[in-house]
Design a protein around this ligand. Structure first.
Ligand code: BGC
Length: 929
C-alpha cells in the first residue's frame, strides 16, 4: 500500500511538473508575445465593431442623433467585457518577467508587468478604435439612403482592412521569412506587401463603388477625411487612417525590435555562427579604430575579410558631412534646426546627411549631438537642438530616423557633455534624479524610439567616472534598463582612459585607434581582468549593427551626384527659413516693403560673410555659400543696397544710415568666438555680442528709426539695445543657403515661424553659474526656462518664443479622459486660429505642472508640441498625446519611475511664458514604469 501511495505521489508530482513545464513553456517570452498580439488584435477589432454598431444605431434612429457612443451604458458594458477578456488572456500567456524581457514597443514601451501591459493595450487599442471609427463613421444623423449605404460600406471596409492587414503582418512576424532583408519590417516583406496591396485595392474598389458623386458629400466622415473630393480619395484617406491605427496597435503588441526589424532572430543566428569562427585576436581587432588619421575621408574600424565582415566607416557630423571628406551640403546648425520645432523636417535633414555620408563611403554618421544646452556659453551650443529634454529628444529622434535609412547614427555624447574648455577631464556631479530626468531622457528616446545603432560616450567624467568606463551609465542604464542593442564607441583620442574598466563597463569600440584596447585588451583577457564573454558581448553588438544595417551585403557606393544635390540645397534653404526666429517687430518694420523702401543701408562686416559655424569636428565645407548680403541683393529689386562693413561708422557712413529708408545690422558670433574645446575657441566668455557690435547696433539705431538687426550665433545673446531697434531676427548659423533664407524673411517671401529652443536671458546673472575653469562641477535639477520659472525671473525672450507676420489665437482646450489610468493615453486638443492677415505656421506648445506633487518639481515642463499651417482666418485643431508615464518623476529611493496619482495642470499656448489655455486632469493610481 505504501509503495502504491508512493508511486501515486510520484505520478502526481510528475503530472504537476509536466503541467508546470507546459505552463512555463506557454509563458515563455515568445509565446507571450504571440498570444498578446492575437488577443490584442481581436480586442481592437471588437472594440471597433462595438463603436460602429452604436453609430449604426444612431443612423437608423434607434439611438438619438448626437449620442456620444463612448458614454453609452450598453457600449460601456460591452467594452468592459472585452477588456476583461483581454486581461485574462494576457495573464494566461505572460509572466511579469516575460513582459519585461520582451520590451514591448509603441505606447506599451516600458511596461514591466502583465497588469501594466494589459492596461496599456486596453487604453491604446480603445483609443485607436475610437479614432478610426471616428474617421470612418463620424457622428451619424439623418442621412439619405445612398449616403447611408456609402457610410456603412466605408466603415465596414475600413475596419475590415485594418484588421486583415494586422493579421497578415502578424503571420509574417510569427515566422519572418529568410528573404526578409535584415533590418526590414514585415511590411517590406514582398509576399506580405503584395497581399496587403491586393487587400487595399479591393477595399478602394468597394468604397469607390458605393460612394459616388453627391453621396460622398452626404456621408459623415471625420478629419482628416471630412471633405473628400470623390470616392477614391475618400477610400485612400480612410485606409491611410487604418494604416496609422494599425501601426500603433502593432507597435504596442510586439516587442520593440530595435534597428534590426523583424528578422532579428535570423541575424542573431548569423552572429552566433560568425562569433564561433573568430579567434580571440580577431574579435579584439573589431573593437578599435584603425588609425588616428581618417582614411579616404573616413575614420575606419578593421573588417574581417576571411568572414566577409566589412569594417565600419565613420564620419562627422551634426550639420552635414565633415570637411575631411571634401565638399558637402552645409545645413543650418542644429540650434537653428531646433528652432524649427519640426521633427518631420529634421527627419528629412537626417536623411539628406545620411545620404551624403553614405555617398562618401561612410557607414556611420557621428551625429546627432544630444547634449542638453545647460548654459548658452557652451562652445558647442550650436551643435545641439536646445535646452529642453522633450524637444531635444524629439528632434534627435527625427534626425536618427532619417539618417538611419542610409547609415548608422551615433548619438553623442553620453552624457552631460556641456562644457568645452575642460571637456577631457571635468567631473560633472549630479544627483540621480537630475541625471534621469534632465540629462538622459533624450538619449533614452534615441535608443527606444529611434533605435540609434550607436552611442558615443562623452569625454567628461560623470559622478567620478569617465563616461567611457562609467558602469552606471553604460552597463546599468543604457544597456540594462533601456535595452540598447547597438554598440558604444568612445569619443576621439582622449575618450578612453583605461582597458579593463572600460571594457567591463561596456565600451565596445575605442576610437580612432587602439591605445587602451588592441594589445592591452588581449593582455587584460589573458590576465583574467576582462572575460572573453565580455569581448564576445562587444563584438556581438558590432556585428549586429553591421548585419542589421546590411553593411555586409550592401556596402556604400561612392556617388558624388548625391552630394550637394539641388534637392539638398533646397532643403538647406527651407530649414534655414523655418529656423529663423522673429524676436521683435515694431510698427510693421518687417517685412521690408520694396514699394516703400527705396534705400537700405546694410551695416556690419558679417553681412558679407557666409557664417556657417564652428570649425571643429562639425565643420562642413560647401562648394558655395550665400552671404546675407548676396541674398539681400538678389531679392532687393529696385531697392538701393549699400553695404557699410567698417566699424566704427565713419561720418559718411553715418550719413548713409541716416538717409536710408531702413538700416539693417548683421551682427553676431563666428567660429572665432565659440566652438569645440582645444581645437577652436571653446566656450564663450560672455553672452554679449563680441567686440564693439553692441555699440554699433546702438549707433545705427540712433540714426535710423527703422533699424533691423539680424543676429547670428549658436545660442542666446544679450541685447542691451533691445528697446532701441525696430526689429530683430535670430538667424543662428544658417547654413550655405542662409543668405537667401534671411532675405526670404526680410522681404516677406516667407512668414517666419521659428521659436527659440533656448531661453534668452536679460543677463547672464539670471542663469545658473557656468564654470569652465574648474575640474569639478555640480549640475542641479534646474537650468534654462525651468530655472527662470523657479526663480521668478523674466527672460529677455522666453523659451519657445517667436513672432510671425500674422497673429494667432488659441481656444477650445479639450482633455480626454479627465482621469487617466497609469497606462493610459491622454489626448489634448487645442484650436489655433490665424487672426491676422498673412498665411503662417504656428508652433503650439503644451506644458504640464504638478500642483500637489510630493517632490520638488519644475513650475512647468514642456511635454509636447505641434506645428500647424493656417491661412488667414483659418482655425485648425492641434492634437497632443501624453502617456501617464510622461508625467513620472524618478524616485531615487525606490529606483523606479513614479507617476503620482494627483491632479495635473495642462497649459497650451505659443511660448513657455504665454500659455492662455489651462485645464486639468488626474491620474488614477500610482504606478511604476
Ligand atoms: C568630438 C566628437 C567627434 C569626434 C570625431 C571629437 O573631438 O567631440 O563630437 O565626433 O571628435 O571627429
Amino acid at each position: 500500500m505504501a509503495s502504491v501511495n508512493a508511486r501515486l505521489a510520484g505520478l502526481a508530482i510528475l503530472a504537476l511538473l509536466a503541467g508546470a513545464s507546459a505552463a512555463a513553456h506557454a509563458r515563455a517570452p515568445r509565446a507571450c508575445e504571440l498570444r498578446v498580439a492575437h488577443a490584442g488584435t481581436e480586442f481592437f477589432a471588437r472594440s471597433m465593431a462595438v463603436l460602429a454598431s452604436c453609430q449604426e444605431r444612431i443612423g437608423r434612429g434607434a439611438l438619438p442623433a448626437g449620442t456620444e457612443c463612448t458614454a453609452e451604458p450598453a457600449v460601456g458594458k460591452q467594452r468592459a467585457a472585452l477588456a476583461a477578456r483581454l486581461v485574462h488572456r494576457a495573464r494566461q500567456a505572460c509572466t511579469d518577467a516575460a513582459v519585461t524581457s520582451l520590451a514591448f514597443g509603441g505606447h506599451c514601451a516600458g511596461t514591466t508587468s502583465v497588469a501594466s501591459l494589459a492596461g496599456c493595450l486596453q487604453a491604446n487599442h480603445e483609443a485607436e478604435a475610437e479614432t478610426l471609427v471616428g474617421v470612418a463613421d463620424a457622428a451619424r444623423g439623418a442621412l439619405s439612403a445612398p449616403a447611408e449605404r456609402c457610410q456603412a460600406e466605408a466603415s465596414r471596409r475600413t475596419r475590415g482592412f485594418a484588421v486583415e492587414r494586422l493579421r497578415l503582418l502578424g503571420l509574417c512576424k510569427r515566422r519572418p521569412p529568410h528573404r526578409l532583408p535584415a533590418g526590414a519590417d514585415c511590411d517590406a516583406e514582398p509576399r506580405t506587401a503584395k497581399r496587403i496591396a491586393a487587400l487595399r485595392a479591393r477595399a478602394v474598389r468597394a468604397i469607390g463603388a458605393r460612394c459616388v458623386g453627391a453621396t460622398v458629400a452626404g456621408a459623415r466622415f471625420g478629419p482628416p477625411c471630412a471633405a473628400p473630393a470623390d470616392g477614391e480619395s475618400l477610400a485612400g484617406c480612410l485606409l491611410a487612417a487604418a494604416d496609422v491605427a494599425g501601426e500603433d496597435v502593432l507597435m504596442a503588441e510586439y516587442r520593440n525590435e530595435g534597428f534590426c526589424g523583424d528578422s532579428g532572430d535570423v541575424v542573431e543566428r548569423r552572429i552566433r555562427r560568425l562569433l564561433g569562427r573568430m579567434p580571440l585576436a580577431e574579435k579584439i581587432a573589431q573593437m578599435h579604430g584603425t588609425s588616428v588619421a581618417p582614411i579616404g575621408g573616413v575614420y575606419r574600424t578593421p573588417g574581417n575579410d576571411r568572414l566577409g565582415i566589412p569594417g565600419l566607416g565613420m564620419i562627422d557630423g551634426p550639420r552635414g558631412v565633415s570637411v575631411i571628406a571634401g565638399h558637402a551640403t552645409a545645413f543650418p546648425v542644429a540650434a537653428a534646426r531646433g528652432a524649427t520645432w519640426d521633427t518631420a523636417l529634421e527627419e528629412r535633414v537626417g536623411e539628406a546627411i545620411g545620404t551624403e555620408a553614405r555617398a562618401k563611403g561612410a557607414t556611420v554618421i557621428l551625429a546627432p549631438v544630444l547634449n542638453i544646452l545647460r548654459h548658452p556659453r557652451w562652445g558647442r551650443a550650436q551643435e545641439t537642438y536646445g535646452e529642453d529634454t522633450v524637444h531635444l529628444g524629439s528632434m534627435g529622434v527625427g534626425f536618427i530616423r532619417g539618417a538611419q535609412r542610409h547609415v548608422v547614427a551615433s548619438a553623442k555624447h553620453l552624457a552631460a557633455n556641456s562644457i568645452e574648455n575642460t571637456r577631457f577631464e571635468v567631473d560633472v556631479s549630479m544627483d540621480e534624479r537630475t541625471l534621469r530626468e534632465v540629462y538622459l531622457p533624450h538619449f533614452r528616446v534615441a535608443v527606444e524610439q529611434a533605435h540609434a545603432g550607436s552611442i558615443m560616450a562623452a569625454y567628461n567624467k560623470l559622478n567620478g567616472q569617465h563616461c567611457a568606463e562609467n558602469v552606471h551609465l553604460l552597463h546599468d542604464i543604457l544597456k540594462g534598463e533601456w535595452g540598447f542593442r547597438g554598440f558604444v564607441e568612445s569619443d576621439w583620442v582622449l575618450g578612453v582612459r583605461s582597458t579593463a574598466p572600460s571594457a567591463n563597463a561596456g565600451l565596445d569600440i575605442e576610437m580612432p585607434s587602439a591605445v587602451f584596447y588592441g594589445a592591452k585588451l588581449a593582455d587584460a583577457v589573458a590576465a583574467g581582468d576582462v572575460s572573453e564573454a565580455t569581448v564576445d558581448a562587444g563584438v556581438r553588438r558590432i556585428l549586429r549593427t553591421t548585419l542589421c544595417f546590411r553593411l555586409d551585403s550592401e556596402p556604400p557606393v561612392p556617388d558624388p551626384s548625391l552630394v550637394e544635390s539641388p534637392a539638398h540645397l533646397d532643403l538647406a534653404r527651407e530649414v534655414a527659413r523655418q529656423g529663423i526666429v522673429l524676436l521683435k517687430n515694431e510698427h510693421g518694420a518687417l517685412p521690408l516693403d520694396r514699394s516703400r523702401i527705396r534705400s537700405l543701408a546694410v551695416v556690419g562686416a558679417l553681412a558679407a560673410v557666409a557664417n556657417l559655424g564652428d570649425r571643429g569636428s562639425s565643420n562642413v565645407s560647401p562648394s558655395a555659400a550665400v552671404t546675407p548680403l548676396d541674398g539681400i541683393r538678389a531679392q532687393a529689386g529696385d531697392v538701393t543696397v549699400t553695404h557699410l562693413p567698417a566699424t566704427p561708422l565713419s561720418a559718411n557712413d553715418q550719413a548713409v544710415v541716416a538717409a536710408a529708408d531702413a538700416a539693417l545690422v548683421v551682427a553676431g558670433l563666428t567660429a572665432d568666438d565659440e566652438g569645440e574645446g582645444q581645437i577652436t575657441p571653446g566656450d564663450r566668455k560672455t553672452l554679449a555680442l563680441p567686440g564693439d557690435q553692441d555699440t554699433l547696433v546702438a549707433s545705427v539705431a540712433a540714426l535710423n528709426p527703422r533699424t533691423v538687426v539680424v543676429l547670428e550665433g549658436g545660442s542666446a545673446i544679450t541685447m542691451p539695445w533691445v528697446d532701441q531697434v525696430a526689429a530683430i531676427l535670430m538667424a543662428w548659423y544658417p547654413g550655405q543657403e542662409g543668405g537667401n533664407a534671411i532675405a526670404d524673411v526680410l522681404f516677406g517671401a516667407i512668414n517666419p515661424s521659428g521659436k527659440l529652443p533656448v531661453t534668452f536671458p536679460r543677463s547672464e546673472l539670471d542663469l545658473p553659474e557656468f564654470v569652465d575653469d574648474r575640474l569639478a562641477v555640480t549640475y542641479g535639477y534646474y537650468h534654462g526656462y525651468r530655472h527662470l520659472d523657479r526663480e521668478g525671473i523674466e527672460p529677455l525672450f522666453p523659451f519657445g518664443f517667436g513672432l510671425s507676420y500674422t497673429t494667432f489665437g488659441y481656444s477650445n482646450l479639450t482633455i480626454v479622459p479627465s482621469t487617466l489610468s497609469p497606462e493610459g493615453l491622454l489626448r489634448v486638443t487645442a484650436d489655433v486660429t490665424n487672426t491676422g492677415g498673412a498665411p503662417g505656421d504656428e508652433i503650439a506648445q503644451l506644458y504640464v505642472s504638478y500642483p500637489g506633487s510630493r517632490v520638488d518639481r519644475a513650475v512647468k515642463d514642456l511635454k509636447a508640441f505641434g506645428r500647424v499651417h493656417l491661412e488667414p482666418g483659418e482655425t485648425r485643431t492641434v492634437e497632443f498625446e501624453l502617456r501617464a508615464a510622461d508625467l513620472a518623476f524618478y524616485d531615487v529611493a525606490a529606483g523606479a519611475w513614479e507617476v503620482e496619482p494627483i491632479a495635473y495642470a495642462v497649459r497650451v499656448g505659443p511660448s513657455s511664458r504665454d500659455l492662455p489655455l489651462v485645464g486639468t486632469f488626474a491620474v488614477a493610481a500610482t504606478a511604476l514604469r
